[in-house]
Design a protein around this ligand. Sequence first.
Ligand SMILES: *[C@@H]1O[C@H](CO)[C@@H](O)[C@H](O)[C@H]1NC(C)=O
Length: 450
Amino acid sequence: MQRIELATVLLLGLASFAVCYDYATVLQNSLLFYEAQRSGKLPSDQKVTWRKDSALNDKGDNGEDLTGGYYDAGDFVKFGFQMAFTATVLSWGLLDHEAGYSNAGALEDGRKALKWATDYFIKAHTSEFEFYGQVGDGIADHNYWGRPEDMTMDRPAFKITESAPGSDLAAETAAALAAASLVFKTVDSSYSATLLQHAIQLFNFANTYRGKFSDSIVNVRCCYNSSNYNDELVWGAAWLYRATEDNQYLNVIEQEYPTVQYWIGFDWDQKTSGADVLLAQLTGDSSYSTKTKNYCDNIINNQQRTPKGLIFISEWGSLRESANAMFICLKAAELGISTDSYRTEAKTQIDYMLGDSGRSYIVGYGTNPPTHPHHRSSSCPDAPATCDWTQYSTTDPNPHVLFGALVGGPGANDDYEDVRSDYQHNEVACDYNAAFQGILAMFVELGYSS
Ligand SMILES: *[C@@H]1O[C@H](CO)[C@@H](O)[C@H](O)[C@H]1NC(C)=O
C-alpha cells in the first residue's frame, strides 16, 4: 500500500515537471511560416501582414507569368527542386493525416499552403517538355540583404527542356502534383484532374529525357547540387502509381530500383527511404517493409546522437534531418512496423526541438526560442525604414517574429548560438518545415497531449 502511494506521488511529481507541448499550435504556426515565404501577389486572407506583394515581374523566356510560389529559405530564390520536395511531403501529411490537420483547426490553411506551390508549378510547366525550375540568380540574390518587396536585381528564370533535361526535378515535381491531386480529389475535382494531368506529363518528361537538372540549370550549383535522379524516378513513379493505380509505374520502379543508392537521410536530394515506406504502404510487398524496418532500426540504433539525444545526420540543418527520418519511421509505425518504439523515438526527437533540449528551436514558440534566424524578410523593420546589410549585422533580434519556422539546429554536441550569420545552424527553409509539420499533424491525430 505504501509503495503504491509512493509510486503515485512520484508519478504526479513527474507529471508536474514534464513539459508538455501544444502540437496543434505549433502546426498552425508552421503554416504561418509558409505564408511568410510566399512570393507574388498575396491574397486578402494573408495572416502574415508584414509581408506584401513581391517579385511581380518573375517571367519565363517568352514572358510567361512565373509569379507565385515560395522563397526557398532565408533568401528569395525560387528553387523548384526544393519547393517540389516540400510540396510532396506536405501533400503526404495532408493526405494521410487529414484528421490531424482538422483536429488542429489547420486543414484549410494546410491546403492553401500546398496550393500556393502547386499553382506555381502549373504556371512553370509551360509546355509538355518545358518546365521552369528556378527563378532568381543564386549569387545575385544572396548578395542582397533586404526585403523581397524592395528587390530590383534581375531575376532570370531557368528551365529544363528535351535537350537540357532534369529527371530529378521533373520527377519530384510530378510526385508533388500527383500527391496534391489526391489531396484535392474530394475538395476540387477539376483542380485535382489538372494537377494529375501535369503530373503524368512531367513524369513522362523525367523518364524519357534523362539527366540531372543541376547539369541543365547550372545556376543552382551556387547553392544546391542534385546527386542523382534515379531515386526521384522511383519516388515519382510511386506517387504516380498511388494517384493512377496504373501498373506502368510499377514497371518503372522495378527497372530503376537496382540503380538507386542508399542514403541515411530523407531530404530534397535523397528520396529512397520515402519511396520504400510509401511502396510498403501501397503494395504491401514485404521487401519494402523490410527495407523500411532496416532503415529505421539503423537510424534509431546506430546513427550518431548528440549528448542530449538528437539523432545527428548532418551539421547543416540537423533538426530537419532528424524530423524527416522520424516522418518515415512514423509512416512505418502506421504499417505495424515497431509501432510503439518508433513513435516513442519520434516524440523524443520532436520534443527535443520544442524544448526538451533546454530551449526551443521553433521561432516564436516555447522557452527561449530563436530570435535571430538567418532570414532576410523578418530581419527587416517595416518599410520605409532602410533594410540592408546593417540589419544582417545587428545583434538586435529580428523585428518580425517568423512564427513556426524550424531553424537549422545544433551541432553534434548540442552546440548552438542564436546568431543571424550562422546559416548552417540558424537558417530556416521551406523544406525544413515540411515533414516536421506532417509529424505535428500525426501527433495531434494520435492524441498526444498538449
Ligand atoms: C556543386 O558542384 C559544383 C561542381 O560541379 C561545385 O563547383 C559547387 O561548389 C557545388 N555546390 C555546392 C553548393 O556544393
